[in-house]
Design a protein around this ligand. Structure first.
Ligand code: SF4
Length: 318
């Protein structure tokens, strides 16, 4: 695993001609609406770079993020580990753990430029504060190859991480069973639409996951990584899951979990559109495939603009 991480880290800047301009305020590292997914492999890398335990990083520097899978049914979303924002590792304009930063951080902004046109990005308000998006640049072909390789690694790591923690990838949650709690206290205007900030939804999910003992279970699993042989076991699981990360059963995307009291029970939900499915399969639902600054919730005449982008951060200080 350590050798893999060293090789991965060497790719982060390989062939890159980009560096963050001084004028950048590191919005990607700060802005709460830009979600940064992290896999267990990322947490191991951060642990080695920071000298802190993986479980400590999970508990204190991460949250369980919820990202709607489709605009058509935004009550169903993917649960994954994400960095808390502003990121705790940002020191002024410098990332304190730059060589061991998450793979999502290394991909931004260059991966966006090979997946999205600058015009599309600038159509989203949040990106207008990024100097690199306002003044885009061409990605050299060699760097493009490296970025594709990193995205492939990211997809596999996300699958491994989900599989290790949840036993399934992606791990989808359908919030309809707690819609009343989600909407509690929200004023629904006359046209029947309301705005629900995503952090409010995530806080509710987090509370329920704690009450149900799920967060403790996940912490216990993560703590095992630091026991003798823990990283070797993760590396072995990675060897086994890498070949199936791309070919997973599409049927899994029709399976979600709903809260029933404190328990999460499996349910079936509608099949996502193929475009979103690709993003979900890649484990990067709203990062590389669909940078989406505003998620529209439309459910039963209630619309909530959750204001979320699973984007990746910017910090190149060293
Ligand atoms: S690059 Fe930014 S968001 Fe990523 S770990 Fe470093 S400070 Fe945090």
């Amino acid at each position: 695993m350590k050798q893999y991480l060293a090789e991965r880290s060497a790719l982060f800047n390989a062939g890159s001609e980009f560096s963050c301009p001084d004028s950048c305020e590191r919005l990607g590292c700060r802005h709460p609406d830009l979600h940064i997914p992290v896999s267990l492999v990322d947490l191991v890398a951060l642990s080695l770079a920071s000298g802190r335990s993986v479980v400590d990083l999970f508990r204190n520097d991460c949250k369980m993020g919820f990202d709607p899978l489709t605009d058509e049914d935004p009550w169903v979303g993917r649960l994954s580990i994400e960095l808390r924002k502003p990121c705790h590792f940002l020191n002024g304009k410098i990332c304190d753990h730059y060589p061991g930063r998450p793979i999502a951080c290394a991909l931004f902004p260059e991966s966006f430029f090979i997946l999205e046109s600058p015009e599309t990005l600038l159509g989203k308000e949040i990106f207008r504060g990024f100097p690199c998006v306002v003044s885009p640049f061409a990605i050299p072909p060699k760097r493009g190859e490296v970025l594709h390789l990193l995205m492939e690694m990211w997809m596999k790591e996300a699958f491994l991480s989900d599989f290790f923690l949840f036993g399934i990838s992606p791990f989808l949650i359908d919030l309809k069973s707690i819609a009343g709690e989600v909407l509690e206290g929200i004023l629904i205007p006359e046209q029947g639409k309301a705005k629900i900030p995503l952090h409010r939804i995530e806080e509710l999910i987090s509370m329920k996951l704690s009450q149900g003992g799920y967060k403790q279970d996940w912490e216990d699993k993560i703590a095992r990584l630091e026991r003798p042989g823990g990283l070797d076991a993760l590396a072995e699981m990675k060897r086994q899951t890498d070949p199936i990360a791309r070919d997973r059963n599409r049927e899994l995307l029709t399976m979600a979990h709903q809260f029933d009291g404190r328990r999460l029970l499996p349910v079936r939900h509608g099949i996502p559109s193929p475009t979103r499915e690709i993003g979900a399969l890649a484990g990067v639902t709203r990062a590389t495939q669909q940078p989406n600054p505003v998620t529209g919730f439309v459910q039963g005449g209630i619309e909530a603009l959750a204001g979320v982008t699973r984007a990746t951060p910017v910090t190149r200080g060293r």
